[in-house]
Design a protein around this ligand. Sequence first.
Ligand code: ZN
Length: 73
Amino acid sequence: MASNRRVTKALARDQVALIDVEIEKLQMARRMMLAASHCRCPTLERCACGSMDDVTAELRAFLVAEHAVAESP
Ligand SMILES: [Zn+2]
């Protein structure tokens, strides 16, 4: 029984970690949508007003980090 409880706790901790990752992704998506709502350029892809600079850099760093995690053994 005690060992089942340990397994359950470990699974719960794993789920908390996964939920934290999802929360961070949603918060990033929220920041991107806010930045997009402030952008005054004809297209977001060619934003020159600076509204997208921070979130674009953040997204790039996130994708690099996620790629590094995916590549790690
Ligand atoms: Zn812009």
